[in-house]
Design a protein around this ligand. Structure first.
Ligand code: C2E
Ligand code: CA
Ligand code: CA
Ligand code: CA
Length: 277
């Protein structure tokens, strides 16, 4: 499962010193970047299988830095988390997501948005209350908001994460375990978590057409997920054959470049119009 799909290759390899400096700059500039419009949210559609109906989108943060250009979240989110600044990011993305959902509702559309959570939020006992307040302010029903948490994030400290997960679950938001299959805990623990959805990590989905091991992993996650009553989502769907195999094994939802890349708000609106026209 080593193929990295359509990932870009870095143009040069910066030295350790340069990387450290850049990370330092990113962290110190992040709040200002949020306030000055350098940070935005892109949205990647998720469709039902086999119908291809649009069910929702995943919110993915983007930062266009004045000096470094377009930055991927894999570079700055971990730095922002380590610096203890991730709550500002979560607030920002959650707010944008709820504004979007509300705007669609006002046009008679029911499209959900999934927001990625940091481990840090799961350690914050006030987080469910914060989400409840945001839903109320934006007049959004909880079932249109999905919160994605990684398996390793939950498992890092299950005793701390569990009360927060239960609180969120009680609110009625949809809870999804992201990057499933890559962590160390997996199957047995999943049963004990109050979650609704499992997202098969894209590394397995990329490989499923050519690697029987990956195919077996995908199939067993679909079966396990269903036996636990969960909705199963596959991310990283890049090819027709993967989508068709997933549909055939009963996977519920597909997300990936085959359906669409993550899109800016404007381009998402155009994409939705073209789909429903
Ligand atoms: P993730 O949550 O696993 O998000 C899916 C990533 O896979 C996204 O990368 C998306 O662009 C990419 N992807 C989707 N379909 C395909 C495909 O078919 N092929 C390939 N090669 N890639 C695909 P992105 O946007 O670079 O985000 C990377 C990670 O950064 C996310 O992984 C998530 O862990 C984190 N992240 C993004 N936005 C946020 C955020 O608002 N808050 C937090 N805490 N983390 C975020
Ligand atoms: Ca995610
Ligand atoms: Ca993922
Ligand atoms: Ca990831």
């Amino acid at each position: 499962a080593a193929r990295s799909g359509g990932d870009r290759v870095r143009a040069y390899a910066p030295s350790m010193g340069q990387m450290f400096l850049r990370r330092f700059q990113l962290v110190t500039q992040f709040r200002q970047a949020l306030e000055t419009g350098q940070v935005s949210v892109h949205y990647q559609p998720k469709v039902a299988l086999p119908s291809r109906e649009v069910l929702g989108v995943e919110a993915l943060v983007r930062w266009v830095h004045p000096e470094f250009g377009r930055l991927d979240p894999d570079e700055f989110v971990p730095a922002v988390e380590a610096a203890g600044l991730v709550d500002a990011l979560t607030d920002f993305v959650l707010d944008k997501a709820l504004v979007r959902i509300r705007a669609w509702m006002d046009r008679g559309l029911r499209i959900g948005v999934a927001v990625n959570l940091s481990v840090r939020s799961l350690a914050n006992l006030d987080f469910p209350e914060l989400v409840a307040g945001a839903l109320e302010r934006h007049r959004v029903p909880p079932e249109l908001l999905t919160l994605e948490l990684t398996e390793s994030g939950v498992m890092a400290d299950p005793q701390r994460a569990l009360p927060v997960l239960r609180g969120l679950h009680t609110l009625g938001v949809v809870l999804a375990v992201d990057d499933f299959g890559t962590g160390y805990s997996s199957l047995a623990y999943l049963r004990q978590l109050p979650v609704d959805e499992v997202k098969i990590d894209k590394s397995f989905v990329f490989g499923m057409g050519s690697d029987l091991g990956d195919l077996a992993v995908v199939r067993s996650i679909v079966e396990l997920g269903h036996s636990l009553g969960l909705v199963v989502v596959a991310e990283g769907v890049e090819e027709d054959t993967a989508r068709d195999q997933l549909a055939a094994m009963g996977c519920d939802v597909a997300q990936g470049y085959l359906i669409s890349r993550p899109l800016s708000e404007d381009r998402l609106e155009a994409w939705l119009r073209a789909r429903t026209a």
